[in-house]
Design a protein around this ligand. Structure first.
Ligand code: MG
Length: 254
């Protein structure tokens, strides 16, 4: 069921968005050569605790998950692109790290992701991150009241297509509200002018993610981390936005 928020409720969602943005800014700054993924998760857990926020991940146990997630942060390195379960890994020069973070503040959820390069970037990795960021910006720009959900999907896919990337539509954006995942699903590919009419009050996460060479993924033996089938690297960019009378409002701005 799709829920629409009043402008007062959207105002109430702002602190969650601001906090998620702050956490990702801090983690991006701390992600350096020699930093362990478990330390990044601990930093995020401390920030959650200090803020009195509630993790959306730690007890998360969907049908496709082997067991509750158990951590507060997704850390996907290199050939991992989504749902990366933090584990005992120390970041090395040139690693590409996607950080995906969602939590609730005062009962409202925000969800956002950013991909960074640790140390010296490979030019092709920096370019892939830019494509996901450009696709996210295009998706947000398309999220105007009166437009269709398919306009967002089309805008994302057009950016990927221009870059020659394939799109996996198994995982995409989603409604955000009192819980992390609600209707509607926001695919990263779709047809212009099709689907749900976007109305003020709709709050969604838009989250393009692409791999260098493939659209095929598999689940790591940890039961969570999704990796590219051919070993190529992936990038992921996500914001939670509200559709307002005045256009899209990014709640998780960094
Ligand atoms: Mg997310």
């Amino acid at each position: 069921m799709i829920e629409y928020r009043t402008s007062e409720e959207i105002d109430e969602m702002r602190p969650a968005g601001q906090f998620v943005g702050q956490v990702l800014t801090e983690l991006s700054r701390r992600a350096a050569v020699g930093m362990n993924l478990l330390e990044l998760d601990e930093i995020a857990a401390k920030m959650i605790s200090d803020r009195g926020a509630t993790s959306c991940y730690v007890d998360y146990h969907p049908s496709f998950g082997a067991s509750p997630f158990g951590k507060v942060l997704c850390t996907s390195v290199n050939d991992a692109v989504l749902h990366g379960l933090p584990h005992d890994y120390t970041l090395a020069d040139g690693d590409m790290l996607s950080l995906d973070f969602a939590c609730a503040v005062d009962g409202w959820v925000a969800d956002s992701a950013v991909t960074v390069i640790v140390g010296t970037p490979r030019p092709e990795d920096a370019a892939l991150i830019k494509v996901t960021e450009d696709a996210l910006a295009a998706g947000i720009e398309a999220a105007q009241p009166g437009h269709k959900l398919g306009d967002i999907s089309f805008a994302i896919a057009r950016v990927a297509g221009k870059a020659g990337l394939k799109i996996n539509t198994d995982f995409g954006g989603h409604g955000v509200g009192r819980t992390m995942h609600g209707d509607p699903h926001v695919p990263n590919d779709g047809r212009r002018g099709r689907g749900l009419t976007l109305r003020p009050g709709l709050v969604i996460a838009i989250e393009p993610w692409f791999l260098h060479g493939t659209d095929k993924i598999y689940t790591d033996p940890d039961g969570w981390t999704l990796r590219s089938r051919d070993g190529s690297r992936g990038a992921h960019s996500e914001h939670t936005i509200a559709i307002t009378e005045d256009g899209p409002l990014v709640l998780t701005e960094r």
